[in-house]
Design a protein around this ligand. Structure first.
Ligand SMILES: *[C@@H]1O[C@H](CO)[C@@H](O)[C@H](O)[C@H]1NC(C)=O
Length: 255
């Protein structure tokens, strides 16, 4: 009898841990007309170099004009190898002291890119960074409820098998990810569940890697196979990504 309860207890615990929902953040609409504007940037942290500061300046101007509510970062937040720790000054040099325009003093929602996983990936998720700069919020996967839109942020780096099988001379910080298979399975389940239950007018998904791309890296086959069918089945309006360092706008010819 005692043993049976123990087993049920373990099953329940397991169920609770695998069905843990994605964190949800509320982003009230800031405009009186009820519309929603936000900026998206990816692949940026260069301590202002490689024209990062110039792009930041233009973002400031556009952000002002559109009266944006927040900023989305699609990852590769800090080059070349993420942050070394929570105390890495690249955080200030590449973020706080670069995006200084008034209109960019809003909440930033960020995911991790493959370059971020080459450093201390957990440092970027740390609440300490949110204290250093209250705009910062980076998590692996989460939901932003922006009233008109529900935005689901998906940690795409663990999907890419070559980072695990053939990392070349890079070391990836897979703490909190390994083992890869159950991590991906749970994540897909959470994404599917969130999308299925969403009643938002617009359903938007954000990730670092492209699903489809005619750019340098091309398609991410793992996302075409595993993520795309879920987005299609749940009428996601669009998917936004970085990684390929180019501007592409693709439409689905199926619909
Ligand atoms: C910065 O932008 C200018 C103008 O587009 C370009 O000529 C230059 O190559 C860029 N610099 C870097 C380091 O990318």
């Amino acid at each position: 009898m005692g043993r049976q309860w123990l087993i049920w207890g373990m099953v329940l615990l397991w169920f609770v841990s695998v069905s843990a929902e994605l964190g949800r953040f509320e982003q009230p609409i800031n405009k009186v007309d009820g519309s929603l504007s936000f900026l998206v940037v990816g692949d940026w942290g260069r301590r202002g170099a490689f024209n990062q500061s110039q792009v930041a300046f233009q973002m400031g101007k556009v952000g002002e004009k559109l009266d944006i509510g927040f900023v989305v970062s699609t990852g590769d937040n800090f080059y070349d190898n993420g942050l070394t720790s929570e105390l890495d000054t690249a955080f200030q040099d590449s973020f706080t002291n670069v995006y200084t325009a008034n209109s960019l003093q809003k909440q930033w929602y960020s995911v991790l890119g493959n370059h971020d996983y080459r450093g201390d990936a957990e440092a970027q998720l740390s609440p300490l960074l949110r204290q250093i700069d209250t705009r910062w919020l980076c998590l692996r996967s989460f939901i932003v409820n922006a009233e008109l839109a529900e935005i689901i942020f998906v940690d795409t780096t663990p999907f890419v098998e070559t980072y695990f099988l053939d990392p070349e001379d890079h070391t990836y910080d897979w703490r909190g990810v390994s083992p890869r298979k159950p991590y991906i399975t749970n994540l897909l389940k959470d994404v599917e569940c969130t999308l299925r239950e969403s009643t938002a007018k617009w359903k938007i998904v954000v990730g670092h890697h492209a699903i489809r791309s005619v750019g340098h890296h091309g398609d991410t086959q793992e996302l075409v196979t595993h993520l795309l069918p879920i987005l299609k089945a749940n009428n996601v309006d669009f998917y936004i990504n970085g990684h390929d360092h180019c501007l592409e706008h693709m439409s689905d010819t199926d619909r």
